[in-house]
Design a protein around this ligand. Structure first.
Ligand SMILES: [Mn+2]
Length: 447
């Protein structure tokens, strides 16, 4: 049961709502804490909450002390637009739930406007795609990440639903092993191209689409002078870009995959478990596990996609199986590790993939009592290094720079860093191992 107290008009509105939902309530006519407490004590049914309704017309301040007198075992829900004034009175501890009616109305209006905007955009997008004749060419940035790849999958799905042919192109490599596993498991086919192939593709395209980037020639294979028909992106740029017919650059949204999902929803295009998983993983990576640059639009899309996604596939995306060479390098690093005062250094020997080094560093960080890690290995006459630290007093990027910049290049951030040193900076492989370990320990261990 709920107890309602406060302003008449709001009370009768809420009464109607509760009746509709078959929820029991008791209305207290004038706001008297003793009356409420009496009712709570003498009632033989559980009181789920007390709803206090105060809009601007009533002097809430006058009643503040009264709220203090209410039985503290029952949750208090305060409905009022005067939250700012209340904060000063430090009433937050007494109120369990705060509802601001005006703010809620504003938010729902904004939400509806945002929905309308998205629908309008989808229509515009479709108009452009259907107006133009010929093939749809989708470009994504160099060394594409899951967000770019999933967005291309979604755009191709839209084209397919309209009976149009489309191809996705990218320059560079599928760099990280996680991205490789991601692409492999989506089964998505896209074309890796060189610069000299772009002109012909552009000339044979009806529609040119840029996804997850907005500016030709910056970290992508498209020449500067190419004007796209469609841009969908979420990265901030302060430069004047050639926008073409349709450009949707939403820096307030966490991932291009979110924007594409909204278009798929508006078009009622079926999102199969594979596409849902890919889009969801794209958002996850771009928002740093749903923590960075995330908006209400992203959250809405995330909950929608989570219901459709293939959980096993997501598990594979999130913790990709290791290659046999990587596992061997990890084994060597584990056997060759040296632990001293919270600092772990590990030599992985001759490695096959450069990306193995940071991956191994991440794994070795999980050992108990380890605060900082340096992993290094040899590939093509170079020593590749990767360092991690959870020691708050250390900036591992700076430490790496101080340790190695005289013989190679090194640097990074507070918690994560890397570097490269030519093997011939040392007399032998054995000397390299000793010297690198010594340099790192000298900088990182505080004695
Ligand atoms: Mn992105």
């Amino acid at each position: 049961m709920y107890i309602l107290a406060g302003e008449e008009e709001l009370k009768s509105q809420l009464e109607r709502l509760l009746k509709k939902r078959d929820l029991r309530f008791k209305t207290i006519d004038d706001f008297e804490p003793s009356k409420i407490n009496n009712f709570i004590e003498n009632s033989n049914i559980t009181i789920n909450g007390i709803v206090l309704l105060f809009s601007k017309s009533m002097d809430l301040k006058k009643n503040l002390n009264k709220i203090n007198l209410i039985n503290k075992d029952v949750p208090i829900i305060l409905v009022s637009d005067l939250k700012k004034e209340l904060d000063k009175e430090k009433i937050d501890e007494k109120i369990d739930i705060f509802i601001e009616p005006k703010k809620s109305v504003e938010e729902s209006i904004l939400k509806e406007i945002e929905n309308l905007e998205f629908k309008k955009n989808t229509h515009k997008l479709i108009d452009i795609i259907t107006d133009e004749e010929g093939k749809v060419s989708i470009f994504i940035h160099n060394n594409p990440d899951p967000d770019a790849i999933a967005s291309a999958m979604a755009f191709e799905k839209i084209c397919e639903s309209m009976g149009l042919e489309s191809t996705t192109y990218y320059g560079g490599l599928i760099g990280h092993p996680e991205n490789e596993v991601f692409l492999e498991n989506t089964g998505f086919k896209m074309k890796n191209i060189e610069e000299d192939e772009v002109d012909e593709i552009i000339n044979n395209s009806g529609i040119i689409v840029f996804l997850d980037f907005a500016e030709a020639s910056i970290n992508n294979i498209v020449p500067e002078e190419v004007l796209p028909d469609i841009i969908i992106d979420h990265h901030y740029t302060n430069r004047n870009i050639n926008k073409g017919q349709y450009s949707e650059i939403r820096t307030d949204i966490g991932a291009t995959s979110t924007i594409l999902t909204r278009h798929l929803q508006n078009l009622n295009v079926k999102i199969d478990p594979l596409l849902a998983s890919a889009l969801l993983y794209g958002i996850k990576v771009d928002t740093n596990d749903y923590t960075k640059n995330i908006s209400t639009s992203d959250f809405k899309v995330i909950s929608y996609l989570t219901a459709l996604a293939d959980k096993e596939l997501l598990d594979i995306f999130e913790s990709p199986p290791m290659k046999s060479e990587t596992l061997s390098a990890l084994g060597r690093a584990i056997n060759n590790r040296d632990f001293d005062s919270g600092v772990l250094t590990a030599f992985a020997g001759f490695i096959t993939y450069k990306d193995d080094i940071p991956q191994i560093a991440e794994i070795l960080m999980s050992e108990r009592d380890v605060m900082s890690v340096l992993v290094f290995g040899i590939l093509e006459e170079k020593i590749h290094m990767s360092a991690r630290s959870k020691d708050l007093k250390i900036n591992i990027g700076k430490k790496m720079k101080e340790s190695f910049s005289d013989i190679g290049s090194a640097g990074g951030h507070r918690h994560s860093a890397g570097g490269e040193v030519p093997l011939d900076a040392f007399e032998s492989k054995e000397k390299a191992k000793i010297d690198i370990t010594r340099r790192f320990k000298e900088e990182v261990i505080k004695r």
